[in-house]
Design a protein around this ligand. Structure first.
Ligand code: FES
Length: 76
């Protein structure tokens, strides 16, 4: 049990699993949407602003989906 606490001590504690996109860095969908709304139009830009997709990369498809969705809604 002590090992578990040491391994998770450096990870951010998410407020809730609802809306959690990046489990590696505890990044919520709202944070990613805010970054995109502020001009982050690529995965690299979202990574720089939020750290999402800079760990295992498992959340990258969802980050890409959010970027595409928000950019599409701007052109509609
Ligand atoms: S879940 Fe986002 S980088 Fe691992």
């Amino acid at each position: 049990m002590v090992i578990f606490q040491v391994m998770t001590a450096s990870q951010p504690e998410p407020q809730s699993l609802d809306g959690l996109i990046c489990f590696c860095h505890g990044v919520l969908e709202t944070e990613i949407r805010k970054a995109i709304a502020a001009g982050a139009a690529t995965v690299a830009a979202v990574q720089e602003k939020t750290r999402a997709s800079t760990g295992c990369g498992g959340c990258m498809p969802e980050v890409e989906r959010l970027i595409a969705e928000m950019l599409q809604s701007k052109t509609d």
